[in-house]
Design a protein around this ligand. Structure first.
Ligand code: FAD
Length: 401
């Protein structure tokens, strides 16, 4: 029996933050696309993400910024505190526009703004290839379905099938992992609008308010054998995390002990080294990448999600610029225009992505190494890259859709 076959103009693999944002950006430009997502429903695991001004600029272009701002309070101050020295450092963050947004709020809002038929769930892609006759992409799903597309965007995350096909190396795995969760305070918490970073000998704790009752937290630490077991057991994540924070203020330990157990996750940190991005091939014909499949980065600067939304805006702008207002005579002309649009997108994004992923790489490497010499080197490089404004990357504006 012949396998089922479909034809679509633009196919996006992956219905995470980037896939949904890309589909929405295209939709706003009047261009139809189809998102293929392997899960049976929207995936919103991983608690919350910090979104700075650059992310809000991009969300405003998608028309969902206002709605999402109302779901997360503006964080006005970042407080760094060290367990092993009597030093506290506070940095005003109002100008950086920082808010901590629940992933579920973000993906549900993006999905709800898309036409219903734009997302197909339970569709796992196992391979992609280039049609030897038309040179357009062909996509193979695990159930045997074959989809022929004119344009393919791989938004399938750090373990991307599309990135592999383009010849990119698998992302590196950091020795650091992150436990994350929510704690609800039914009578309100007392942390105001402050983002706390508590530096211990062997951990970094972050705590950010979502609203006046809900708090998001994460704890970064070196991955060890017990974490393998804990990944499958939220109770163990909670217990190991609270043990790890021994010596921390009581309110911090209580926050972990009283967390919402079903919100807990433990994730290994992955990243694409900046030089792999710089020398990687992000386009083949009318196939390209966006989001983590392009540039998965250490979460230390809280920019992976926002960079993915910026990608979506820039890619849709480039595609619309080439395809929308021109008479496309035939598929040869379409291919030429789509390739030019994608090349423009990759060129435009490369500088920005290199800057973000190098920062993330340097900070991630600083926390992963125990060598003081290496730390000093990474620190000097970071200062050379960022100057005296450690949040300058958060002021970036990816421009109009
Ligand atoms: C611990 C941690 C903390 C973070 N904190 C922040 C933060 O504070 N701020 C921030 O901006 N970013 C943060 N990030 C980064 C952010 O989560 C990612 O950059 C963002 O989720 C990338 O979105 P994406 O859509 O590219 O990939 P993903 O979210 O991974 O989505 C990929 C989607 O593709 C689907 N998929 C994968 N393979 C296939 C397939 N073969 N077929 C069909 N579907 C497929 C998956 O099911 C998934 O839905 C953090 C990341 C981590 C790990």
């Amino acid at each position: 029996m012949k396998a089922a076959e479909e034809t679509h103009d633009i196919v996006i693999i992956g219905g995470g933050i980037c896939g949904l944002a890309t589909a929405l950006a295209l939709h706003r430009k009047g261009i139809k696309s189809l998102v293929l997502e392997r899960s049976d429903e929207l995936r919103a695991t991983g608690g919350a993400i910090s979104v700075y001004m650059n992310g809000w600029h991009a969300l405003d272009q998608l028309g969902v910024g206002e709605e999402l701002r109302s779901k997360a309070i503006l964080i006005k101050e970042i407080k760094d505190s060290w367990l092993f020295k009597e030093e506290v450092n506070t940095t005003p963050s109002r100008k950086a526009g920082l808010r901590c947004l629940k992933r579920s709020d973000l993906v549900e809002t993006l999905a709800a703004t898309l036409p219903a038929e734009s997302i197909r769930f339970s569709c796992r892609i196992v391979a992609t290839e280039i049609d030897p006759i038309t040179s357009f992409p062909i996509i193979h799903a695990s159930d045997g379905l074959i989809i022929k597309a004119k344009i393919l965007v791989g938004c399938d995350g750090s373990n991307s099938v599309v990135a592999k096909k383009l010849g990119l190396k698998a992302p590196k795995i950091s020795p650091i992992c992150e436990a994350r969760g929510f704690t609800n305070y039914p009578n309100g918490h007392s942390f105001g609008d402050q983002f706390l970073r508590l530096w211990g000998h062997n951990f970094l704790l972050g705590r950010a308010p979502i609203n006046d009752k809900l708090v998001f937290w994460f704890v970064d630490h070196k991955f060890n054998q017990r974490d393998i077991e804990a990944r499958e057991d939220p109770t163990l994540i909670r217990d190991l995390t609270s043990q790890r924070l021994e010596g921390s203020p009581e309110e911090v330990i209580d926050m972990i002990k009283n967390c919402e157990i079903n919100s807990l996750t433990l994730t290994r940190i992955r990243y694409r080294a900046p030089w792999h991005i710089l020398f990687g091939k992000m386009q083949k014909g009318t196939t390209t990448l966006a989001g983590d499949s392009f540039h998965v980065m250490d979460p230390s600067i809280g920019q992976g999600g926002s960079a993915a939304i910026e990608d979506a805006v820039v890619l849709a702008r480039c595609l619309a610029g080439e395809l929308q207002h021109h008479q496309v005579a035939d598929s040869g002309e379409l291919k030429k225009r789509a390739e030019a649009a994608i090349a423009k997108y990759v060129r435009e994004r490369m500088l920005r992505i290199m800057s973000l992923s190098t920062r993330a790489f340097l900070i991630g490497s600083m926390s992963a190494t125990s060598s003081w010499v290496k730390r000093m080197i990474f620190c000097v490089l970071l200062v050379l890259l960022s100057g005296n404004n450690s949040l300058s990357h958060a002021q970036f504006d990816c421009g109009h859709l």
